[in-house]
Design a protein around this ligand. Structure first.
Ligand SMILES: [Fe+2]
Ligand SMILES: [Fe+2]
Length: 191
């Protein structure tokens, strides 16, 4: 594992982190869920540390000014809405620092919106970010899904994605192509 991620696991975030106390506490809770799920899935010790590292890394730039984040991203990602720029920005920063774990980078980059390339790690981060117990909204709905993880992994991930997409539709929001591609990748394909 890359030294930056090892340091993160040891409680030493990189100097470029822009995340306040609340964000750090959120990342800790996400990492605890990820760690517990990896253990319950009988993943190896290395894999478990990797899942925990993804949780500890995903919001490292959450409190940075979106315009600053945008200036460091390739044109294909710089046009994304401000609130979701931090994922791609963290992944790009990790990549520049030498992290070569493509699955972890994809998981971090698109944890807010989903991505059709997500494997189990990407789906777990997407779910843990939504289900972690510190969030105030939909407490009962989320507690019920937490209790079903990771045994009912695929169904819970689908329910979260469905709830989030439904929420966007109800607000007349646009839905990113990446989110729809993610949705199509986790549904059974009966179109
Ligand atoms: Fe995030
Ligand atoms: Fe998050």
């Amino acid at each position: 594992m890359h030294a930056l991620l090892e340091a993160l696991l040891d409680g030493r975030p990189p100097a470029w982190m822009v995340a306040g106390q609340d964000r750090v506490a959120h990342m800790d809770r996400v990492a605890i869920l990820m760690d517990g799920w990896a253990a319950a899935l009988s993943l190896s010790g290395d894999e478990r540390r990797r899942w925990r590292a993804a949780g500890l890394a995903h919001d490292l730039l959450r409190d940075e000014d979106p315009d600053d984040l945008r200036s460091h991203l390739p044109p294909s990602l710089a046009g994304l809405p401000g609130p979701i720029l931090h994922g791609p920005a963290v992944a790009e920063r990790l990549r520049v620092e030498g992290v070569e774990d493509g699955e972890l980078l994809t998981a971090v980059a698109h944890h807010t919106v989903g991505d059709a390339r997500f494997g189990r790690l990407g789906c777990a981060l997407y779910a843990a970010d939504f289900l972690e117990p510190g969030r105030a909204f939909m407490p009962d709905w989320r507690a019920e899904r937490r209790a079903r993880m990771p045994a009912d992994f695929n169904a819970v991930v689908r329910e979260i994605a469905g709830a989030r997409i439904r929420h966007l539709i109800e607000r007349n929001s646009t839905i990113l192509p990446r989110t729809l591609e993610f949705w199509n990748s986790i549904t059974s394909g009966a179109a």
